[in-house]
Design a protein around this ligand. Sequence first.
Ligand code: HEM
Length: 408
Amino acid sequence: MTTTAPIPNGLPMERDAGPFDPPREISRLREARPVSPMLFPDGHEGWLVTGYDELRQLMADTRFSSRQDIGVLHVPYEIPGMPEMTEPAPQTPGLFISMDPPDHTRLRRKLTGAFTVKRMKQLEAHIADIVERQLDEMARLAPPVDLVKEFALSVPSLVICEMLGVPYADREEFQVNSAKFLIRDQSLDEKMVAYNAMTAYLAELVTNKRATPGEDLLSDLARDEDLSIAELIGMAFLLLFAGHETTANMLALGTFALLEHPEQLAELRADPELLPGAVEELMRYLSVVDILFRYATEDIELGGETISRGSTVVVSQLAANHDPRRFDNPDTLDIHRDARGHLSLGHGVHQCLGQQLARVEMRAGFAGLLRRFPTLQLAIPAGEVRLRTDMTIYGVHELPVSWTESAS
Ligand code: HEM
């Protein structure tokens, strides 16, 4: 493997190739050295993985740990107020996305039954109803409106609140706090305030559910005496957070991408059967979660390089999903391509637990929006749409849209 490729100093993040493509530097690195050393702002030399095969191999290998409590995990961008990491971070109980087997397996297993394809099929009609109600409300507004606020954020929030048994009226509390949590350079203090507010809220909620359980997923978990209150809080936090920010950004950025590809949008409107394939392609093309971290627990060979024990490894799913060795013309949105095998939902033991729910939400969401708003258009020039390059989940901050006739 060549050693002449540039070594990035921190993670290249500027979307200089357009709102939907990987940063140019990331694409260049993927071609030159798909497993590349990277300098972190704290001086640590870790790794950046951008190739499809390499990323898939890494995610399937549990020697690349998701834990934060076994070694020092370095952050590839500046966080104001963040002291230099010299110690591993303590493990948060219940937060199984940051655990390895067998701890991870024990907790994830408690949820798999609630997220099966069959369960999600049963929810389909209900989710379509939620979408319709939200579109009714949007149709009553005078355009331009912000699609993020009026539609993309509210649909997944309503769905996950109902599923978990979190009162939707409390959404301000967790939406505002989880958004703060996602701002990359939000100071550590602010992040902690937001995190503490969310966990205090959830502590009260799960304690009440343990005392008087109802008919919802958090109550089902609360009935399980094997789970401590601290674990219930961590699991609730993960589900609530993962359950709305991800899908919301897919719906909003996906709409932006479709509006920028009017021919494909027209095809989708004419033939909704194309939607399931289009949703997979949008997930590949947009890769909103993009950056994930792993920690090497031993020296590991990957892509012809040796990743030494103790290194932080950063992966770019966006880069891998745009790898021309795996997808032809990867920087082109093509709703007809077979995009299965994309890595946007992760791979290996941590592969997204809520993926079927996300698919049902996205199919219903795009189908409803396109049908009800046949003249939907951007209300500002595309170049003025505020991109979430400052957030750890990509998307748009707002998507001002308008339409020319009332939606029926
Ligand atoms: C894990 C993406 C929707 C719950 C993940 C991972 C990715 C991902 C990439 C793997 C993280 C890793 O390996 O470190 C997405 C995307 C979504 C979406 C792109 C929307 C389009 C959802 C929804 C839920 C959810 C609706 C519902 C609760 C979870 C959970 C995990 C997870 C609990 C952790 C799984 C584990 O550690 O075993 N998701 N997700 N996600 N996702 Fe999603």
